[in-house]
Design a protein around this ligand. Structure first.
Ligand SMILES: [Zn+2]
Length: 219
C-alpha cells in the first residue's frame, strides 16, 4: 500500500477555477499531489479555466469528474445522474488524455445519499466519489463511493490538529490524510500564507506517500 509506506496524503479541489494555477504552483513547490474535479460544460465560464488550458494546467496531477453542469445530484432523477457523470467522464477523459476514474459530488452541505451513490456504482465507471462531509480522521474507508474527506483546507484548526496527529503516527495499519476545498477560498483573509504553512509542514517526509486520489484510493 502507498508504495510500501503506511501513511499517505492527498488533496481534492473542485470547480476548475483560475486560482487552481496558483495552488498547483504551491503543490509543485512542495511535491504534493492533487485531484481536480471539473465540470466540462462550465469550463471558461466566470473564473473557470478554459478548455484549451485544461490539459497543460493539470499536468502532473489528476483530473476527475464533478458532473457536466454542477447540479445537486440528490435533486436529479436516475437518468440525469447517469448523464451528468458519464457525460463529464467522457469529456474529461478526452481532454486529459487518460481514463478518468473518480469524482467529487457537486454542491455544498450534504450533497449525496446512498441511493445516488448506488446509481453511480451500477451505471458508471466511477471507482471513488468524494463527499463534502469531513471525517476529521485518517482511517481508511470501505465505501469509496461515499468517501468522506478528512478535513476542509480552510478549517485551519482541524487541519493543523489532524496534521500534527498524523505526523506523530507510527501506524500498524495504513492511514490516509485527505484534504479538500476550492482554491478560490484561499483568496480570503490570509489563507494562502496559512495554507502554505500547512504544505511546508506536511511535505517531504520519508514515511509519507504523496499521491493523487486514484493513486492512494485504488492501489
Ligand atoms: Zn463544486
Amino acid at each position: 500500500m502507498f508504495n510500501g509506506k503506511m501513511k499517505a496524503v492527498t488533496f481534492s479541489y473542485d470547480d476548475g477555477v483560475t486560482q487552481d494555477k496558483r495552488l498547483i504552483a504551491l503543490f509543485n513547490k512542495y511535491g504534493l499531489k492533487c485531484t481536480f474535479n471539473l465540470n466540462s460544460e462550465l469550463m471558461g465560464k466566470g473564473n473557470r479555466i478554459p478548455v484549451r488550458e485544461i490539459r497543460e494546467t493539470y499536468a502532473g496531477h489528476e483530473i476527475a469528474v464533478h458532473t457536466l453542469t454542477h447540479p445537486t445530484l440528490t435533486n436529479c432523477d436516475e437518468q440525469e445522474i447517469i448523464r451528468q457523470v458519464n457525460g463529464d467522464c467522457a469529456n474529461l477523459s478526452e481532454l486529459a488524455g487518460y481514463e478518468v476514474v473518480g469524482m467529487a459530488y457537486p454542491g455544498g452541505g450534504v450533497n449525496y445519499n446512498h441511493d445516488v451513490a448506488e446509481i453511480i456504482r451500477h451505471n458508471t465507471t466511477m471507482q471513488y466519489a468524494r463527499t463534502t462531509v469531513c471525517s476529521v480522521n485518517c482511517d481508511l474507508q470501505s465505501n469509496l463511493l461515499e468517501f468522506l474527506p478528512s478535513v476542509k483546507h480552510t478549517d485551519f484548526y482541524e487541519l493543523f490538529t489532524v496534521a500534527h496527529e498524523f505526523l506523530a503516527l507510527k501506524p500498524t495499519e495504513p492511514k490516509l490524510f485527505y484534504i479538500w476545498g476550492h482554491s478560490y477560498e484561499l483568496d480570503f483573509d490570509d489563507n494562502w500564507a496559512r495554507f502554505e504553512d500547512f504544505c511546508r509542514l506536511i511535505a517531504n517526509r520519508d514515511d509519507i506517500f504523496y499521491g493523487t486520489n486514484k493513486e492512494v484510493l485504488l492501489n
